[in-house]
Design a binder for this molecule. Structure first.
Ligand SMILES: NC(=O)c1ccc[n+]([C@@H]2O[C@H](COP(=O)([O-])OP(=O)(O)OC[C@H]3O[C@@H](n4cnc5c(N)ncnc54)[C@H](O)[C@@H]3O)[C@@H](O)[C@H]2O)c1
Length: 267
């Protein structure tokens, strides 16, 4: 039995990394997935790979910081499949700079991409999610991709931590707000530790630079050691958690912050 049969999912930042993996496993579970990103060629490639595996994937040009892009993406989704059941707010950037080195322009990029995007996505997708929820036994779902940095101190990435913390509490606030209005839209967040992606490698390099470590293998090992299970995450570790929260198996779960971090935040 496919866990997302007859459902549609919009996944931002899905051209590569965690978003692409989430799209792959959601499609394998029967969802029609919209691969939203600014990397057009990569989005097309990811969608083609999914379609070759008998999944249903559609690439979408969507800059998550642009309100007009959200509206045109939503109208394309409505025209193509008639509704939206799942939104995964995953797109993000990591700049790897101490707050004393960060410029105002960089801060605004961080806020726009990691936080304004979640506001726009939630606001603009809400009508379609609400409408689809009426036709499904367990309603619709939003999964926001925050970070361990949105739960506990990130002494080296204070501003990334501030915006991811915003996503953590917005998740809870919207979860309770939708539920109390009877909207049947669940909202939860996942909080990855370091993940083996382009962004994860950037985080490892930034940390190594601060520690004065030049050997990349040593830098990676240091990062692994900070996770109690002794390794960093793979994209499938995170995608499995997103899939669970988006599926009807999580029908009674809303407003939850789920760490997927090999024990990092349990210490
Ligand atoms: N990799 C990690 O170690 C890690 C840890 C904790 C949380 N996260 C979070 O997980 C999410 C995914 O990270 P990842 O590791 O897959 O990163 P990644 O850099 O591999 O992928 C991010 C994707 O987001 C897209 N993107 C960036 N700006 C965009 C915009 N304005 N509009 C649309 N798409 C945009 C990129 O093009 C890319 O495809 C992010 O929110 C990130 O903050 C990652």
């Amino acid at each position: 039995m496919q866990r997302l049969k007859n459902k549609s999912a919009l996944i931002t930042g899905a051209a590569r990394g965690i978003g692409a993996e989430t799209a792959r496993i959601m499609a394998a579970q029967g969802a029609t997935v919209f691969i939203a990103d600014i990397l057009d060629q990569q989005a097309l490639k990811t969608a083609s790979e999914i379609n070759q595996e008998d999944g249903k994937a559609i690439p979408l040009r969507l800059d998550v910081t642009e309100e007009k892009d959200w509206y045109s993406a939503l109208s394309e989704i409505e025209d193509t499949v008639g509704g939206l059941d799942i939104l995964v707010n995953n797109a993000g950037v990591f700049l790897g700079k101490d707050f004393e080195e960060m410029s105002l322009t960089e801060w605004r990029t961080l806020v726009d991409t990691n936080m304004t995007s979640v506001f726009l996505g939630t606001k603009i997708c809400a009508p379609l999610l609400r409408q689809s929820a009426k036709k499904k036994p367990h309603g619709s779902a939003i999964v926001n991709v925050s970070s361990i940095a949105g739960m506990v101190a990130a002494p080296n990435d204070q501003l990334y931590s501030m915006v991811k913390g915003g996503v953590t509490v917005f998740t809870k606030s919207t979860a309770v707000s939708f539920a109390s209005k009877g909207d049947r839209i669940r909202v939860n967040s996942v909080h990855p530790g370091v993940v083996d992606t382009d962004m994860g490698n950037l985080a490892i390099s930034a940390q190594a630079k601060r520690l004065g470590v030049t050997d990349t293998e040593q830098a990676r090992k240091l990062s692994e050691e900070r996770h109690p299970v002794g390794r960093i995450a793979t994209t499938i570790d995170i995608a499995n958690a997103i899939l669970y929260l988006a599926s009807d198996e999580a029908a009674f779960i809303t407003g939850v912050s789920l760490p997927v971090d090999g024990g990092y935040t349990a210490q």
